[in-house]
Design a protein around this ligand. Structure first.
Ligand SMILES: Cc1ncc(COP(=O)(O)O)c(C=O)c1O
Length: 430
């Protein structure tokens, strides 16, 4: 049955459930992965080979040797999460701003996706507006549409969302009488998914300045989704918005152990403004009254046994090689095609590729057909643009270097290059 065609009366499901579309990407992936030979540069998964089996084994052994620690972790926990873990998370997230805050602001969630969903539920009524970069994290766009909110995209460049464009968008919305509907600005300041950009310190300051200016009469929250922060392969860490002096009552930091440790544990967290803690916890209590407690205690043990840093170091070393393999292959095979653009990210799991303007990448495009026929898969960029705001760029794609070996990355890029060549040559002669 096609998207949106479920009938709530024949299936007995609610009207709201009936309107939730299948994630378009999930559908594409299932179809495309039916071919096991395919090299997927699409999935944003972490590398199976790097999953921390040893570290988790050691932490489990520690817990087994201390039944007094293990026993409570097999019981229900609190809705906000394990206090000792939250203490660590506060330090990791607030950095130099930790001293002015307590763990009451930290809520542990089942992955940061749950937090994003809770934020959507907590902050947004139907018709409310979230401003995001063009492009942005497509799963969050799904969460927004799920609550009937509007996502409006703001122009971005190699450092993420442009402060001037954010200002202009807010001015435009105010002129249209919609300022009250704008609830938050969503950013991914470290190694963005999908754009692979990182906001410099001056860019963060400029974005915060705009948010601050527009929160004088009515609060405007700034969401900083820091999912990839630990995955830096070059250069120094950039301070968070909070560390740069942003107001903790208006900044929401989202963190996760998925990319830096193991997504299967589903441990994420938020550092929230005081006014949001209780409403978010109430929403969460309705759903699960606390994320799996055992996983939280496991993660806490991993941190306390100093097993996290070596794992992150291993990941950095491995992903650095793969990122270089991808960028080198793109330089060799794709860069010569007129109109192709990409930059070398300094971390994360993605490269964002722009093709000549006429070269669409979507699931109905000749390029998609040609690439899947040749055996390589990517995420069409069109899924990463909000329905409103900046114009969607159909000639873009997200490439992930997380899952495949360096050799397969090179092979995949070479297949992709052949597909692009084929399609652009045909277009030039057509
Ligand atoms: C930008 C961003 N935020 C949040 C998440 C959610 O991660 P998790 O729910 O595994 O913590 C992802 C996952 O890919 C992501 O890319």
């Amino acid at each position: 049955m096609a998207i949106g065609q479920w009938s709530s009366t024949s299936s007995g499901i609610s009207r709201r459930a009936a309107t939730v579309p299948e994630q378009p990407i999930a559908k594409l992936m299932t179809a495309a992965l039916a071919n096991p030979e395919l090299i997927s540069l699409a999935a944003g998964f972490v590398d199976d080979a790097t999953l921390p089996v040893e570290a988790v084994g050691q932490a489990l052994e520690q817990l087994r040797l201390r039944p007094e620690s293990m026993r409570p972790s097999l019981q229900y926990g609190s809705t906000a999460g394990d206090p000792a873990l939250r203490e660590h998370l506060l330090g990791m997230t607030a950095g130099s701003a930790t001293e002015q805050m307590s763990i009451d602001r930290i809520v542990v969630t089942a992955g940061s996706n749950q937090l994003l969903h809770l934020l959507a539920e907590t902050l947004l009524d139907p018709g409310d507006i979230v401003l995001c970069a063009a492009p942005t994290y497509f799963v969050f766009l799904g969460a927004l549409s799920d609550v009937g909110a509007r996502a409006i995209s703001v122009a971005s460049d190699g450092e993420g969302m442009l402060a001037s464009a954010l200002q202009e968008t807010l001015e435009r919305l105010q002129a249209a009488g919609l300022r009250q509907r704008v609830k938050c600005v969503y950013t991914i300041p470290y190694f963005d998914n999908p754009a692979a950009t990182t906001m410099s310190k001056p860019r963060r300051e400029a974005i915060w300045e705009v948010v601050d200016r527009w929160s004088q009469d009515q609060v405007l929250y700034l969401i900083s989704d820091d999912a990839y922060r630990a995955l830096r392969y070059e250069g120094d860490d950039v301070p968070t918005f909070l560390e740069l002096g942003a107001d903790p009552e208006r900044v929401i930091h989202c963190g996760t152990f998925s990319k830096q440790f193991a997504p299967g544990l589903r441990v994420g967290w938020g550092l929230l403004p005081e006014a949001l803690v209780e409403p978010v916890l109430r929403q969460k209590a309705v759903i699960d009254f606390g994320s799996p407690y055992f996983n939280q205690v496991l993660v806490r043990t991993i941190i306390e046994q100093r097993l996290l840093e070596p794992q992150v170091e291993r990941l950095r070393a491995g992903y650095r090689v793969k990122l270089n393999a991808m960028v080198d292959a793109l330089q060799r095979d794709v860069a010569h095609i007129p109109g192709v653009r990409f930059h070398q990210p300094t971390g994360g799991l993605y490269v964002w590729l722009e093709l000549p303007e006429h070269c669409s990448t979507g699931p109905d495009s000749p390029l998609w057909r040609e690439a899947t026929r040749r055996g390589v898969l990517y995420v069409p960029g069109e899924f990463c643009f909000a329905a409103e705001g900046e114009k969607l760029r159909p000639n873009t794609m997200r490439l992930s270097f997380g899952v495949q070996s360096a050799e397969n990355i090179r092979k995949g890029i070479s297949l992709l290059a052949a597909a692009i060549d084929e399609v652009t040559t045909a277009a030039n002669h057509g």
